[in-house]
Design a protein around this ligand. Structure first.
Ligand code: ATP
Ligand code: MG
Length: 871
């Protein structure tokens, strides 16, 4: 069975059991302060478990793109070394939200594996939670009993909290789980040692394929467990591992999920997979990592220096490094895999195929710059080696290579070994620890548990229709960030828009009879709207009158609607390849990032601006539709963004159905005329293939235009109101240029005259020509030219000039060729002495030196001192 059929069968099976099949959520998370990436299938359903939202159908199934490279679940270092952990993998899952529980979950997983996929029953093992006294959790007798109905009892094993109690993160939903393992060894090996001895022993062919989690608890900040309001099923099956089992392979990389990538890599590197352990690992690392990196970029995450972007950068660099070191890829290569991968997965995850050019471009640039860094690092290593006393590279130096050049310790050690050196890895580790604790201290944030205040109602956002309302507090919690205490409040209903879709959160206040409390930010945590305050209301039970900052909201709305018009205009002018890659909308400006491969021309910018302003003047009324089924919205031609998670029902914002239709949760102007004026203030590059436009609207645009025109008026006035300002300015510049030329010639002439005068006044003393004078010249260059001119005239010259150069004192000492040979004088040393008189310093060659200073009155003293020096 090929991997496509395996995936399809899973979804069909659960569809038949009454499940709704939903799309995978994006890899990169936007509104979750506890996670950077989706690390399991349940992440997109967190709100259902926590009771913050209700699913339409309590039975759901899907295949979810997961990434396990940071936080509690981090498999990065294993990937490529072993054959069954990936950075990005697909997790097949079925869920029950307060519907069926252990009995059905267990029966169906057994049915699917043994009857549909026909995995041999005697090669399957299951585990159940043995209980944990410390947490006061009992043995999972129910799960054991249900399994007994399907599988021999000696294939049911007991597992401890580490393996059989699943937790998503440090806090959040969790519960006991039951894993299914498969033994893929040969019959001979099985005969020697029964599979149950190898379950959960990190054996590459006796591996966990499916985990059935029975969600019952919520892990709180103080680590205690709290019973969830309802019981849920959350299962996750590793798709690539399942393919290995069904296709009777012993490594995920031998399945058709990876073979197309591996053969492409092998061909490019001129190596065969399974020839050599080292090149095998490198090939696996690249085949794996390109998936994570390409899909993260397709979901909108560019490599960067912080947060999720940094994780992506590190994964890509790990792949580049392995290719560079073991496969001899000295030029960018990984980007070439993007079309192979896009084509392979286009049926399930079309987001890569449709953006393959863009994603490839981003990866290419990132590879290019890292290869350059690697080269620089190697040069630095050469220097380190040449300066090395002994054979050991210190931990500090290894850390420098790691920190500035991205050289991980294993690469440094490898190169060191090749050169007959070693690295002090212990002290490197100590440096790493130091850095870790530094960044930990920076990021330290304590989040308290939610404390329930009001009735258990579902919070409601009413901000599309209301800017003020009477609200009650449902719950609150305390957070501590950078040693500052803040509070987060949740209301039963709220007019405050929470930051999302690029639009900043509302600010404002809530007020009761006794107190007024400022809301300084509003954000989303998954679907929950959280209001930030610095003080906690004294009376939490009170009814508060909530009011947003209307002015700020209005300006944000102008900018948000203008962003939609801009997006549509860009697609009209530049082409349909323009995809939104990021946006920021606040009350001052809008910023829009989009895929496009070259800088926009002035003409294109003007065209876009013109179209937007035309749409503003048309005063197009907003067509806002809420709760539109997603399929209908797509039929309307609404632009959905990659990397954005949409529910079954969406909000559609239209300004002229022939112009702009977007899925959007933001707030918008009732008609485009309110935007007033749209002005692009900059167009620049953010990353390979991504351009950025910054623009302003309404009051800001008006201010900008009138300031610019005001400036122009001032210029015109300065130029005495010429008829043609441009021609007159140009004339002025040309005139200036001509005058400069004339002046230069004049000064040259003057300098020549001065030189001749000086030459005529030269005194012959002690067998040389002495010129010792105070002069006034137009530039340091002129002074130098005079000195050289005189040198050409007298080969026994001793020249000391104390010059006033446009009001600044300078000294020049020049020796003729013959005199210089005698070594009687040293111009450099003399100038140093003389410079003291003008409060400065200088130096130069033995025959010519100059010095500048501050004290113009000291010029006479310079000459007096020079006289003494040459006696
Ligand atoms: P393991 O112990 O093998 O790392 P796990 O306990 O971390 O697995 P779960 O968190 O229970 O796994 O995830 C559910 C399923 O997802 C696993 O049974 C496995 O099939 C799959 N899985 C987990 N991590 C990975 C990974 N890094 N790469 C591929 N598949 C994975
Ligand atoms: Mg794991």
């Amino acid at each position: 069975m090929d991997s496509g059929s395996i995936r399809r069968k899973f979804l069909e099976f659960f569809e038949k059991k009454g499940h709704t099949i939903v799309p995978s959520a994006p890899l990169v998370l936007k509104n979750d302060p506890t996670l950077l990436f989706t690390n399991s299938g349940m992440v997109q359903f967190k709100d259902y478990f926590l009771g913050n939202a209700q699913p339409k159908n309590p039975r759901v199934a899907d295949t979810q793109k997961c990434l396990r490279v940071s936080g509690k679940h981090n498999d990065l270092e294993e990937v490529g070394i072993d054959t069954y952990h990936h950075t990005m993998f697909e997790m097949l899952g079925n869920w029950s939200f307060g519907d069926y529980f252990k009995k059905e979950a267990i029966a169906w997983s057994w049915e699917l594996l043994t009857e549909e996929y026909k995995l041999p029953k005697d090669r399957l093992y299951v585990t159940v939670f043995e209980g944990d006294a410390k947490e006061n959790l009992p043995f999972d007798q129910d799960a054991y009993n249900f399994w007994k109905e399907h599988i021999a009892e000696d294939h049911i094993l007991r597992g401890n909290k580490k393996d059989n109690f699943w937790e998503m993160g440090e806090t959040g939903p969790c519960g006991p789980c039951s894993e299914i393992h498969v033994d893929l060894r040969s019959d001979e090996e099985v005969k020697k040692l029964p599979g149950k001895e190898l379950v959960n022993q990190s054996h590459p062919q006796v591996i966990e394929i499916w985990n059935n989690v029975f969600m019952e608890f919520n892990r709180k900040a103080d680590k205690s467990l709290e019973k969830l309001p309802a019981q849920h099923v959350d299962t996750g099956m590793g798709f690539e591992r399942l393919c290995m089992a069904i296709q009777k392979k012993t490594s995920n990389y031998d399945t058709d999920v990876f073979t197309p990538l591996l053969s492409f890599i092998g061909q490019a590197a001129g190596v065969t997979y399974k020839d050599n352990e080292k090149t095998d690992i490198a090939m696996r690392v690249i085949a794996d990592h390109v998936r994570a990196v390409a899909f993260a970029i397709a979901d909108g995450q560019l490599p960067s220096n912080t947060g999720a972007g940094y994780v992506i950068r590190r994964i890509l660099r790990r792949a580049v490094r392995y290719g560079f070191t073991f496969l001899n890829f000295k030029e960018p290569f990984i980007y070439k895999l993007v079309p192979v991968l896009g084509n392979q997965l286009k049926e399930v995850f079309p987001e890569l195929e449709s953006q393959k050019e863009y994603v490839g471009k981003v990866i290419f640039e990132e590879e290019t710059s890292f290869l350059r860094t690697l080269e620089k690092g190697l040069k630095r290593l050469d220097i380190i080696q040449s300066e090395l006393k002994g054979q050991v590279i210190s931990g500090t130096l290894a850390f420098e290579l790691y920190d500035t050049f991205g050289f991980p310790i294993d690469l440094t050690s490898l190169i060191a070994r090749e050169r007959g050196l070693s690295v002090d890895e212990d002290s490197f580790k100590a440096e790493m620890e130091k850095q870790k604790s530094r960044s930990k201290a920076d990021a330290a944030k304590e989040t308290g548990d939610w404390i329930t205040v009001g009735a258990d109602v579902k919070p409601e956002f009413i901000g599309y229709d209301h800017q003020e309302a009477d609200v009650r507090i449902l719950r609150y919690r305390k957070i501590k960030q950078k040693n500052k205490e803040l509070f987060q409040l949740v209301f039963d209903r709220t007019p405050f828009y929470a930051e999302s879709g690029g639009q900043v959160g509302d600010t404002g206040y809530i007020e009761s009879v006794n107190e007024k409390i400022y809301i300084h930010d509003t954000r989303k945590e998954n679907e929950l709207i959280v209001h930030f305050t610095e003080t906690l209301p004294e009376n939490l039970q009170a009814t508060f009158h909530a009011q947003i900052d209307k002015q700020k909201r209005q300006l944000s709305m102008d900018n948000h609607s203008a962003t939609h018009l801009l997006h549509a205009a860009l697609r009209q002018v530049l082409g349909k390849h323009v995809e939104q890659k990021g946006s920021l909308v606040n009350d001052r400006m809008l910023r829009f990032d989009f895929s496009h491969f070259s800088a926009m021309t002035a003409e294109e910018i003007q065209k876009v601006e013109h179209i937007v302003n035309q749409k503003v003047r048309e005063n197009i009324a907003l067509d806002e539709r809420r709760n539109v089924p997603i399929e209908d919205a797509k039929k309307l031609g609404a632009t959905a963004l990659f990397g954005e998670k949409y529910g079954d029902f969406v909000r559609v914002i239209t300004f002229d159905p022939k112009f702009s239709i977007e899925l959007c949760g933001g707030t918008h102007v009732p008609a485009t005329g309110q935007i007033g004026l749209f002005k692009i203030v900059s167009e620049s590059s953010v990353a390979a293939g991504v351009r950025r436009i910054e623009a302003i609207t309404a009051d800001e645009a008006e201010r900008y235009v009138s300031e610019s025109l005001g400036l122009l008026d001032q210029v015109r006035e300065l130029l005495k109101n010429p008829k043609d300002l441009l021609a007159s300015t140009q004339g002025l510049l040309e005139e200036k240029h001509a005058l400069e030329k004339k002046l230069e010639a004049f000064q040259q002439e003057q300098a020549n005259q001065l030189k001749d005068q000086l030459a005529s006044r030269a005194q012959q003393i002690n067998g040389y020509h002495l010129i010792l004078e105070k002069v006034t010249v137009s530039s340091a260059d002129a002074l130098k030219n005079i000195a050289y001119g005189l040198r050409n005239q007298f080969d026994d010259l001793l020249l000391v000039l104390a010059a006033d150069v446009e009001g600044k004192p300078q000294v020049a000492v020049m020796l003729g060729e013959k005199l210089a040979e005698t070594n009687r004088y040293h111009a450099g040393n003399m100038v140093k002495e003389l410079a003291r008189e003008i409060g400065g310093g200088g130096g130069g060659q033995p025959f010519f030196a100059t010095a500048g200073g501050k004290n113009l009155d000291g010029l006479s003293a310079v000459l007096e001192k020079a006289r003494k020096l040459i006696q």
